[in-house]
Design a protein. Structure first.
Length: 107
């Protein structure tokens, strides 16, 4: 499980690297924030598993479960906010903020 998660993280980093090469300046800040919280999501389990090896055996499962769920939940909520907030860098660079079709609003 840990190696699979680390493999997905490496694949994520390669994708981010390729995306940053072709991204406009306007979207690079969003990509960097997404990378930060994506890293937290992918590395939560391996890092907490490593930390739990220094903790007493009878609380390791609780620490790993609660720690992983907490960090991954926070990362998902923040990444959801990055994609859906009207004040985010993603929104200002996406087609949502400047649609091609008329919206029916007086401009």
């Amino acid at each position: 499980m840990v190696f699979f998660r680390l493999g997905m993280f490496v694949y994520f980093l390669f994708g981010i690297r390729d995306t940053l090469k072709t991204a406009r300046e306007k979207i690079k800040l969003f990509i960097m924030r997404f990378t930060l919280f994506g890293t937290a999501f992918f590395l939560a389990f391996p890092v907490i598993l490593l930390i739990s090896s220094f903790i007493a055996d009878y609380v390791q499962h609780r620490i790993v479960t609660i720690g992983t769920l907490t960090i991954q939940s926070i990362a998902i909520v923040i990444m959801s906010h990055l994609f859906t907030s009207t004040s985010s860098d993603y929104y200002s660079a996406s087609m949502k903020s400047n649609p091609l079709l008329p919206t029916g609003k007086d401009e």
